[in-house]
Write a protein that binds this ligand. Sequence first.
Ligand SMILES: *Cc1c(COP(=O)(O)O)cnc(C)c1O
Length: 382
Amino acid sequence: MSAPIALFDVKAQQALIREDLDRRIAAVLDSGRFINGPEVAELEEKLAAFAGCAHAVGVSSGTDALQIAMMAEGVGPGDAVFLPAFTYTATAEVPLVLGATPVFVDVEAETFNIDIADLERRIAAVKKDGRLKPRAVVGVDLFGLPADWTAIEAICAREGMFALDDAAQAFGATLGNRRLGCWAHATALSFYPTKTLGAYGDGGALLTNDPDRAELYRSLRTHGEGKTRYAVERTGMNGRLDTIQATILLAKLALFDGELAQRKRLGAAYDAALAGRVGVQATPPGAENAYGLYTIRLADAAARSRVQAALTEQKIGSGIYYPKPLHHQPAYAAHHAGCIAGGPAPLPVSEALCDQVLSLPMHPYMSEADATRAAGVVLAAL
Ligand SMILES: *Cc1c(COP(=O)(O)O)cnc(C)c1O
């Protein structure tokens, strides 16, 4: 029996930077500056430089990054926020928390990302319906692959809408030689431990080139405070990134380029073994996948169960992201049904993908031989 291969490994990296981590954490403990320590600002500078954008604002999670970005635009009741039906729940939860209405858009079977033609149709339908104001598009770079930001930005410019990049799974990806982070009006990152850049707890950031938005984000993450403390200028929230997570991320940033390169090699090894036999996530011209996950598409739910059982048998990890499209989730179904009079158009690709997709082991501390072996087990079980 060969060695197990985990879907994620959030510990292997620690051995490489353990001394630096221990030293950094001890320094924060000694300083006592657990909130707003200088490490937060240092991380923000490095994140902005890495992404090639003007401003980075550390926040408490990817979900809070999305929320702060939408609060800054004043998104609320009467607003339609367009987002893919095939994504993590947080993308849809935030507009609802703010009283706005998510309008689910179908995705492409090849890239798993938002379908631009369907986005256009749904914007037109919301305008015709007349009850909601098209207000924002949240593009998700699913599994690490950039969405079609050229098209999303053009639509948002034409319609006067806010373009928000949910890059929670895709930090490190590029599109047309620009890193994600400088596309869209703002980009939300998550540092959840299994993301491409993960903390040892919750964390997130907002990236933007707009100085006014950056200033608003800083205010909103600290209860809407103004220039002086306890001058509350707007309704905000407690959405800060804590100092220990910031210093952990600084230690991890030293490894990030090498990790992204390994993720790319693993993606290429999987593609070489699997393309043509199963559906692999297609990379559009000019895009580079950060491979937060490596996800294949099988013929149907039965084929997926068979393949997943074969992987489990060989102690190879796998995961289903996502088993249910968001418009079928009990919490969202009624909002979905009511977003347009008479009910919105169906979302057939999102529904089909939920029966077909399977994510294979993907983390920078596995080898290309591991990827090839996992791919071999998939092929043998087809
Ligand atoms: C992880 C994730 C989020 C939320 O990030 P948290 O840090 O867990 O709050 C949002 N959107 C997508 C697409 C995600 O994968």
